[in-house]
Design a protein around this ligand. Structure first.
Ligand code: IPM
Ligand code: MG
Length: 362
């Protein structure tokens, strides 16, 4: 029997609630499958760790993760620590340290979810956003000079490399090719940003030649927000820079009904390092510690984790169980207008998965 080594990093805020819930669901899916099991190792990195040690994770932290098959992450963010410290000290350290250059963000309107667009049928909104995850606006290049003086200046430089753009474009075209509509929209802003974004467009055209069966178009990022709202069915797979995709993916999640549902995979497509899966909702201090967090974003991230491991049958069964649960309004958490707790939703998903014996008997 195969054993997958999984690192869990709950991090901060409701990450501490949804990651254990995710682990419970992964254990249930392993119990109900005959082919594999999980060996979990938990890492208590994040804001509390920072208060004790002055760093978000230990200096050799990446080495403890390097040989895992995947990472399940909660969130990084603490009311008392500046955001750039929590972000750069933990999540980005892992994403960049393991060169997880493709961030994949699927969005669908799940059964039972009341999405805000009046005219949008659930089948009209089935997107995957591919976010460049290693450079661009998040490259960390820049600095501050003359701090505190009237002539103070600060820069954040968008860094795009040919290799970095080519690899994420190729990944996005390949992903689009694997989906039924074979449709890719390349998000750009080359009308205003005349260096990096122009190279981005040129590389999109170049890579498109490798995928003659993929239909693709370009959309300027601001126009893309309007298109997502007005003509959602014209989109399928999207590829965008780090910051553009950050913004578009929140819009996508909101249009699908709640940020609490949206999943992410930070993927190293070459599999040199472990990939990392996480809900996109963040730490949500306002509800943390109350058992009210929606664990569905984490469960859907677990589906992506299972797919990444090649456990497609288990992934499909877990997605099926999630959809049965969202279809039932009594199992909706507060973000969806319901009263269910994290524990109730988790238990409901686990019950639907059953055990291997129950599945054989059924
Ligand atoms: C995301 C988040 C992060 C980001 C925040 C927490 C820094 O919004 O994963 O989308 O901007 O990358
Ligand atoms: Mg974001």
């Amino acid at each position: 029997m195969k054993t997958y080594a999984i690192a869990t990093i709950p991090g901060d805020g409701i990450g501490k609630e949804v990651v254990p819930a995710g682990r419970q669901v992964l254990e249930a899916i392993a119990d109900s499958s005959s082919g594999f099991r999980f060996a979990f190792e938990n890492f208590d990195w994040g804001g509390d760790y920072y208060r004790q040690h002055g760093v978000m994770m230990p200096a050799d932290g990446l080495d403890s993760l390097r040989h895992k098959d995947a990472i399940l992450f909660g969130s990084a963010g603490d009311p008392d620590i500046p955001d750039h410290i929590t972000l750069w000290g933990l999540r980005l350290k892992i994403c960049q340290g393991f060169d997880q250059y493709a961030n994949v963000r699927p969005t669908r309107i799940l059964p039972g979810i009341d999405a805000p667009l009046k005219r949008c049928k659930p089948e009209d909104l089935n997107w995957v956003i591919v976010r460049e995850n290693s450079e661009g606006e998040y490259s960390g290049v820049g600095g501050r000079v003359h701090q505190g003086h009237p002539i103070e200046a600060a820069t954040d430089v968008t860094m795009m490399t040919r290799a970095g753009v080519e690899r994420v474009m190729r990944f996005a075209f390949k992903l689009a090719q694997s989906r039924p509509r074979k449709l890719l929209t390349v998000i750009t802003k080359s009308n205003a940003q005349r260096h990096a974004m122009v190279m981005w467009d040129e590389i999109a055209l170049q890579i498109s030649k490798e995928f003659p069966d993929v239909t693709w178009d370009k959309e300027i990022v601001d126009a893309a927000t309007a298109r997502m709202v007005n003509r959602p069915a014209t989109l399928d797979t999207l590829v965008a820079t780090n910051l553009h995709a950050d913004i578009l993916s929140d819009l996508a999640a909101a249009l699908a009904g709640s940020l609490g549902i949206a999943p992410t995979g930070n993927i190293d497509p070459e599999r040199r390092y472990p990939s990392m899966f996480e809900p996109i909702h963040g730490s949500a201090f306002d509800i943390m510690g109350k058992g009210l967090a929606n664990p569905v974003g984490t469960f859907w991230s677990c589906v992506m984790l299972l797919e990444h491991l090649g456990e497609f049958d288990a992934a499909q069964r877990l997605m099926g169980a999630i959809e049965q649960v969202t279809a039932n309004p009594t199992l909706h958490t507060g973000d969806l207008g319901g009263k269910a707790t994290t524990a109730q939703v988790t238990q409901a998903v686990c019950n639907l998965l059953g055990t291997a014996e129950q599945r054989l008997a059924a």
